[in-house]
Write a protein that binds this ligand. Structure first.
Ligand code: TXA
Ligand code: MG
Length: 336
C-alpha cells in the first residue's frame, strides 16, 4: 500500500513531514495517538473538516476537537483563557486530557458545530505531536472509527473500507491507553468532567481543589456510541460471587452468550461451556483499558446472541471503563 506508513519501530521524519504538509493542504490521515487512533486534517480548513464528518458518517451537530503542539497554538484558537484553565493545561498537557475553551473566530463553525467553544488536546505520542508540529496548524482529529462504533485502537481494529477513504495511514501499533481522553470544561471556576478518561477526577481535584463528575455530558450525548453487532448486558455487584451468579444465570437465557470477565474471576464460572474472554486483571486497569475495545471486538467476532460483561467499581480508571461499557450495553445495566 502506497499510502501506508509503518512507524511502529521508527519514525521516518521526512515522510512524516510530507504527510503533515499534505494535511495542512486539506488531505486526511489516520494516525496513532496515546489514547486512540485519530482521523485528522487541517483544523482551520472547513472543507477538509467536512470530509472528516463524511468519512466517519458523523452528525454535523457533534463538534470535533483540535490537537495542538504547544500553548502558543492554543492561544491562536482560544480566548479568555482563565488561570485555572492554564493550570489544568500545564498539569495535563501533553496527555489524555481535552479542555473545552472559548473559541476564537478563526476556528471554522464546522469544527465546533456552531458553538462558541472548542475542544483542545495536546497528545502525548511522538507521532501525533510531530504531525501537529510539522503541520504548523491545529489538527482536527476525532477518533478513527465510523460514528457510533468503537474507537480504533490499532489499524487491525478498522475496516479496510474505512481505511481506504483517507490519503495516509500511519501505523504506530496498539494505542498505549486505549480509552479516549478525559474531557473537561471549567464552569464558574469549577472543572466539570464531561467524559471520564485516563486522567482521573482525583488528579483534577488535586490541581483545581474541586471537580464535578458529569459522567458523559457531551453534545453527542443523544447519539449512539460504542455500538456492537450484538446486544450486551453489564452486571455489577460489590459482591463478586453475586455478580458471577447473575451472569451465569443470564447466560442460560441465550443460545450463545459470551462473557467478558476479569482474570481473577474466570475460574469461578461453573458453566465452562460458556465462551469467556479474559479482560485482564482487576488489579491492572491500565491494561484492561488498553485492551478493552479489542476484547469487545473479539466478543463480537464470535457472533454471540448476547455479550455479558462484568462491571467494576466506578473509581479511578473504573469510572472511564464503566462509562464506555454503559454505552456498549445501551444502559442495559444490572447492579445488585
Ligand atoms: O482521546 C481523544 O480525545 C481522541 C483522540 C483521537 O484525540 N479523540 C476523540 O474524539 O475521542 P471524538 O470526536 O471521538 O470525541 C470527542 C468528543 C465528542 O463527543 C464531542 O462531542 C466532544 O468531544 N466535543 C468536541 N468539541 C466540543 C465542544 N466544543 N464542547 C463540548 N464537547 C465537545
Ligand atoms: Mg469518537
Amino acid at each position: 500500500m502506497e499510502n501506508y506508513f509503518d512507524f511502529k519501530k521508527q519514525i521516518d521524519d521526512d515522510k512524516l513531514r510530507k504527510i503533515a504538509h499534505s494535511l495542512r493542504n486539506g488531505k486526511l490521515a489516520i494516525f496513532p495517538t496515546e489514547t486512540v487512533y485519530g482521523i485528522g486534517t487541517n483544523g482551520l480548513d472547513s472543507e477538509a473538516v467536512k470530509r472528516i464528518y463524511e468519512t466517519k458518517a458523523r452528525d454535523f451537530k457533534n463538534p470535533i476537537n483540535l490537537l495542538i503542539s504547544g500553548i502558543d497554538m492554543v492561544e491562536n484558537v482560544a480566548q479568555n483563557i482563565t488561570d485555572l484553565e492554564y493550570k489544568l493545561m500545564e498539569a495535563f498537557f501533553p496527555g489524555p486530557f481535552t479542555i473545552i475553551l472559548k473559541k476564537k473566530p478563526i476556528v471554522p463553525d464546522v469544527v465546533t458545530a456552531n458553538s462558541d467553544t472548542v475542544g483542545i488536546r495536546m497528545p502525548n505520542s511522538e507521532i501525533a505531536i510531530k504531525l501537529v508540529t510539522y503541520a504548523g496548524v491545529p489538527i482536527a482529529a476525532p477518533s478513527a472509527n465510523i460514528s457510533g462504533t468503537l474507537s480504533g485502537t490499532s489499524l487491525q481494529n478498522m475496516s479496510n473500507k474505512f481505511l481506504n477513504q483517507v490519503e495516509y495511514i500511519i501505523d504506530g501499533g496498539k494505542s498505549n491507553l486505549g480509552l479516549e481522553s478525559t474531557i473537561v470544561r471549567v464552569i464558574d471556576g469549577i472543572p466539570h468532567i464531561l467524559r471520564p478518561g485516563s486522567i482521573t477526577p482525583k488528579q483534577i481535584e488535586k490541581i483545581a481543589g474541586k471537580v464535578i463528575i458529569e459522567n458523559s455530558n457531551l453534545p453527542s450525548n443523544n447519539l449512539k456510541h460504542y455500538q456492537l453487532n450484538a446486544k450486551a448486558i453489564l452486571v455489577y455487584s460489590t459482591d463478586t460471587i453475586k455478580m458471577i451468579d447473575k451472569l451465569q444465570k443470564l447466560s442460560k437465557n441465550y443460545k450463545k452468550a459470551v462473557i467478558l470477565s476479569y482474570s481473577e474471576n474466570i475460574k469461578k464460572y461453573k458453566a465452562h461451556y460458556i465462551d469467556i474472554i479474559d479482560m485482564g486483571s482487576i488489579n491492572n486497569l491500565e491494561l484492561v483499558s488498553k485492551e478493552l475495545f479489542a476484547n469487545l471486538k473479539k466478543a463480537e467476532s464470535l457472533n454471540p446472541d448476547m455479550i455479558l460483561i462484568e462491571g467494576i467499581k466506578k473509581d479511578g480508571l473504573g469510572l472511564a471503563i464503566m462509562n464506555r461499557l454503559l454505552n456498549v450495553c445501551d444502559n442495559n445495566y444490572i447492579e445488585i
